[in-house]
Design a protein around this ligand. Sequence first.
Ligand code: CMC
Length: 455
Amino acid sequence: MNPKAEVAHPSLAAAASGALARRETLTITDNRTGKTYEVPIREGTLRAMDLRQIRTGADDFGLMSYDPAFANTASCRSAVTFIDGDKGILWYRGYAIEELAEKSSYLETAYLIVKGELPTRDELDRWKDNITNHTILHENIKKYIDGFHYDAHPMGMLVSTVAALSTFYPDAKAIFDSASRELQTYRLIGKMITLAAFAYRHSRGLPYIYPDNELSYTGNFLNMLFKMTEPQYRPHPVLERALDVLFILHADHEQNCSANAMRAVGSSHVDPYSAIAAATAALYGPLHGGANEAVLRMLREVGTKDRVPEFIKRVKGGERKLMGFGHRVYKNYDPRARIIKKIADQVFSFTGRNPLLDVALELERIALEDEYFVSRKLYPNVDFYSGLIYQAMNFPVDMFPVLFAIPRTSGWMAQWQESLLDPEQKIARPRQIYCGSGLREFVPLEERSGRREGA
Ligand code: CMC
């Protein structure tokens, strides 16, 4: 049986002929040949493969589209997350992020994202039990983490330890077995907090703390990070809830760089641990999940409010980027940034105000009035304020991207599963426009001369 037949999809051929019949089409005239083609428009898109028929002759490969960075290309159909970038709207499975942040918990939202529906009480209890029961790591992973230098970046440790998990769970290769996928989902969501906490404890030279299954997911994570000599760690409810909401906000964000990495790497049918390692690596970069760390370093560099105008000048001069600003999809305020600003107030009322908040507020105030940022529709994104909260909660700056990777695991698993079961998907393999040399004759080494290194 075709494993992809698990999901019902309308016949694509039928959809295309329906579009043609309704004249939802685009007529293209190729001025090279004078020929005219009518191609269907479905769901607001053209199929790039419909261009292939446009050829100048029998030897012509056919027309392709060129879209570096996928700026105007949908790579999949997805039912997980909806973003309206102009209006600043974000939904998971049809539920508004504002409502989820107020009324849900991270694990409930993770269930929604992975399974498509909100759970019943029993379903949620089972889901939580299963994830909690998979937070323990194989003891050998500790030896692996021990091998890292004391100042190893925790994201580097996370990327490699998640990849290492694939060697502990060879059963995960059964990617078309739904029970196996479910088990790996529990393991991955469960173990991410333990891997992250162990990486932190290693960098501090502190003993590893085992999970305490009496605690919530985020409470347990805080326990594994910060427990010292007390017999039982009790997280402060304000910080526990704040972290849980931050996890909800970071759980998925449709086809971003790391989700795309997850899908592309997963399309080779590798196991999910290896694919999650690739997605985590993509998240590490400062243009993606590493931006929260970069924002904090930038705020420290600016230092005080009075130095903000000078910094903005350097950004406008192209010398620097205003980290935590701008987004490929949002051309309006990122709704997650709005929620984070509110959480910051609650956290600071407990921890005391982070003095860098004034610098951040001033940067935002000036940027939102400045023609450079206004004309480019650059607004604060999720990473602009999150670091200030993490810092107030005592997380070191290099842990910030790790705090993004933990909740994003549920989104990656949902995107991966959707991609595997989509009958239209195959191994991700883009085309290129070759712009290198024509065929050349090999020159023996002793006959090569007069060419500069790298020329
Ligand atoms: N500071 C200054 N100028 C900027 C910024 C910024 N943060 N972001 C974009 N621009 C300018 C850019 O130079 C370009 O100007 P011009 O038209 O004169 O060449 C214009 O705005 C359009 O930018 P772009 O680079 O074409 O936009 P993109 O969609 O390729 O990049 C981005 C999106 C998020 C990578 C970019 O805005 C950026 O580097 N932001 C800073 C890093 C950051 O905060 N990343 C986190 C993103 S949200 C969470 C996540 O995905 O992890």
